[in-house]
Design a protein around this ligand. Structure first.
Ligand code: GLN
Length: 460
């Protein structure tokens, strides 16, 4: 198929189903022209990337020239960035065709996409259920065949958890493996951009395109990464896990994991054993504090990052004659931020305030170190760690919306990886008792993302 045919087919699919799903906030009006340009280059004999011409959906957290980038917020409504985020620039350079921007919880705060200022996305498996979050739009687009590839961002699970509840594959790379330049910051020490796809190999191919050193991001790692696609192809060809030590994290498979999710997980453990892996149990006692530490560190960093939305630099401005600068800022932030964003700004500024800094932010940073040490100890016993990717299958829209704590504890399985900076993958492991997808999580040591692809492709 030509790029025009592939792109048109996906645009048709979006036109047919997105009225109900609402995975997209913006559809790229230039997609067909861009696809045609790729077809012409290929016809003229130019050697193009393996993925050139393939359509891709982009989470709205990423800056895109010529397309609005709102991060799911009213405060950025209609804002069109003057530059592309590095992962987007790299996709375009490889010849992929952006289909549009996908829906997300406002500023990537949430686990259900219900905190989007533009209304929720629905799960294609059951329209009454959430598609996960914050990147529910990218996951729903891939799961519903509106897009074959998508980009997401993962600060506390926003790639892996939506993958789990929509039956797709998603990867949070090693911190620093993919540039954050042009990714609208939530929590800078936790954020990573990564792929969302239907197969492990597709995620690997996309990761190869977007990853690698970028001088525009001071936390970008300058190192030689192996080909993740080669790792996935090796894993698929081997089809087994012989020689691999797999650690089951006791603390991530206990309280709060639904019975059907646990049942699928035990089957996955058996499947990995049958595939030749040596399965051991590991313990990471500090994970008990990971959600608490994350929900201090994240709001602290977010409250600082969101200070740039001051009614002057970007987007919305609410003003009336005679008002002071402070009035305009206050009125703009009052009108432009939704309730979850305000909640986290208040939490973050409180945690950072003079009298409380040591007690809250300081303690949370110590927990972060303990979690890293737990991972170090676990990876001394195992090459790869596994757990359920999310504690339950997709919950109902509205079910946790009025209960922030219930929404937060839902992130228990994914948060430790962000706090430690290590790479993680969410991939399908069958269906729950309700017929909805259940996700498996694979975790690898820092820099060893290729292990996720080799093992993921072997058991897929
Ligand atoms: N659910 C988490 C949160 O609300 C994850 C967010 C994310 O990864 N962007 O913070």
């Amino acid at each position: 198929v030509s790029s025009v045919e592939a792109t048109q087919a996906h645009l048709d699919r979006i036109a047919a189903v997105d009225g109900e799903l609402h995975a997209f906030l913006h559809v790229n009006a230039g997609a067909i022209d861009q696809a045609r340009a790729i077809d012409e280059r290929r016809a003229s004999g130019e050697q193009l990337h393996e993925l050139a011409g393939a359509p891709v959906a982009i989470k709205d957290v990423l800056c895109t020239v010529g397309m609005p980038s709102t991060s799911g917020s009213r405060i950025l409504e209609g804002w069109i960035p003057p530059y592309d985020a590095t992962p987007v620039a790299r996709l375009k350079a490889a010849g992929l065709v952006p289909l549009g921007k996908t829906n997300m919880d406002e500023f990537a705060m949430g686990s259900s996409t219900e905190h989007s200022a533009y209304g929720p996305t629905r799960n294609p498996w059951d329209l009454e259920r959430i598609p996960g979050g914050s990147g529910g739009g990218s996951a729903a687009a891939v799961a519903s065949f509106e897009a074959p590839f998508a980009l997401g961002s993962d600060t506390g699970g926003s790639i892996r958890q939506p993958a789990a509840v929509t039956g797709t594959v998603g990867v949070k790379p090693t911190y620093g493996g993919v540039s954050r330049y042009g990714s609208i910051a939530l929590a800078s020490s936790l954020d990573q951009v990564g792929p969302v796809t239907r197969t492990v190999l597709d995620s690997a191919l996309l990761h190869d395109v977007i990853g690698g050193h970028d001088p525009h991001d001071s936390t970008s790692l300058d190192r030689d990464w192996p080909s993740f696609a080669a790792a996935a192809r090796e894993g698929a060809a081997a089809g087994d896990l012989r020689g691999l030590r797999v650690g089951v994290v006791r603390e991530l498979d206990s309280d709060g994991i639904a019975a059907d999710v646990d049942a699928r997980f035990q089957e996955a453990v058996q499947l990995m054993t049958d595939a030749g892996a040596e399965v051991v149990e590991v313990s990471c006692p500090s994970f008990a504090y990971s959600v608490a530490a994350y929900y201090l560190i994240l709001p602290a960093e977010a409250s600082s990052n969101l200070a740039r939305f001051d009614s002057v630099r970007f987007g919305l401005r609410v003003e009336r004659p005679g008002q002071t600068v402070e009035d305009v800022m206050g009125a703009t932030r009052e009108a432009g931020f939704g309730p979850e964003v305000k909640r986290r700004i208040i939490l973050g500024t409180y945690a950072l305030s003079a009298g409380y800094y040591d007690a809250y932010y300081g303690s949370a940073q110590k927990v972060r170190t303990l979690i890293q040490r737990d991972f170090d100890a676990a990876f001394a016993q195992a090459d790869l760690l596994i757990s359920p990717a999310a504690p339950t299958t997709a919950f109902k829209l509205g079910e946790k919306l009025d209960d922030p704590l219930a929404m937060y504890v839902n992130d228990i399985t994914t948060i430790p990886a962000n706090l430690a900076g290590i790479p993680g993958m969410g991939l399908p492991m069958g269906l729950g008792d309700d017929g909805l997808p259940v996700g498996l999580q694979l975790l690898a040591p820092m820099f060893e993302d290729d292990r996720l692809y080799r093992a993921g492709a072997a058991i897929e």
